[in-house]
Design a protein around this ligand. Structure first.
Ligand SMILES: CC(C)(COP(=O)(O)OP(=O)(O)OC[C@H]1O[C@@H](n2cnc3c(N)ncnc32)[C@H](O)[C@@H]1OP(=O)(O)O)[C@@H](O)C(=O)NCCC(=O)NCCS
Length: 172
């Protein structure tokens, strides 16, 4: 019998094309104009902190994390998160986020930022960044700029421009 169980796996270079097609179907060409894309085009996402969801061998979802800085503080940016439409509303998105956050925390990361819907991401402990505290390199609805502390108090005193972390690898 075919095994159709759900598995969450670390992304590999072999997944690149399937994920690109998923992004194209989900977000279309408009994805390149998003402010979050400006961060992601500056630096490769971290494969060891990015995950795919599969039903059997079929890739049905993806989440990526990219190393960034908020001011001088190292952090990660979560996104894109995408689930194939027929497989939505089954908890796969939340599972992918939980796995990525757990792995990031285990590797010593302390902060994750994203641009997204607060009602959805609040379930994974994301909350709104106070207005003016962190600046994306382009227009973003401040109500959608969210942060998750992986260590208690990790966002205290953190402020400044959000940019790719070109020195990534060194976690403080
Ligand atoms: C958003 C997305 C990743 C959710 O994935 P999913 O696997 O369907 O989500 P889950 O099954 O984990 O969670 C479903 C729950 O979240 C809710 N939900 C889904 N999208 C939501 C949103 N944008 N805002 C608020 N709640 C949302 C659902 O109503 C459902 O609620 P329930 O548990 O009370 O029934 C998926 O719909 C998707 O790929 N959308 C297009 C791409 C996108 O918008 N990505 C996010 C960019 S920030």
């Amino acid at each position: 019998m075919t095994d159709l169980s759900l598995t969450i796996r670390q992304e590999t270079t072999d997944d690149a094309l399937a994920i690109e097609r998923l992004h194209e179907r989900t977000f279309g060409p408009g994805r390149f104009a998003k402010t979050a894309y400006r961060i992601r085009e500056g630096l490769e996402h971290s494969l060891e902190l990015s995950f795919t969801a599969r039903i059997g061998t079929l890739l049905v979802g993806s989440v990526r994390l990219t190393p960034i800085r908020v001011g001088a503080t190292p952090a990660l940016m979560l996104g894109p998160l995408t689930i194939e439409p027929p497989f939505r509303e089954r908890g796969i998105g939340q599972l992918l986020i939980e796995r990525a956050l757990a792995e990031a925390k285990a590797k010593g990361h302390r902060l994750v930022i994203l641009v997204g819907d607060e009602p959805y991401y609040a379930k994974c402990n994301f909350r709104r960044i106070p207005m003016g505290r962190a600046a994306m390199p382009g227009p973003v609805d401040p109500a959608r700029l969210l942060v998750c502390e992986l260590a208690a108090g990790a966002f205290e005193g953190v402020a400044g421009a959000i940019r790719p972390d070109w020195e990534a690898g060194a976690v403080d």
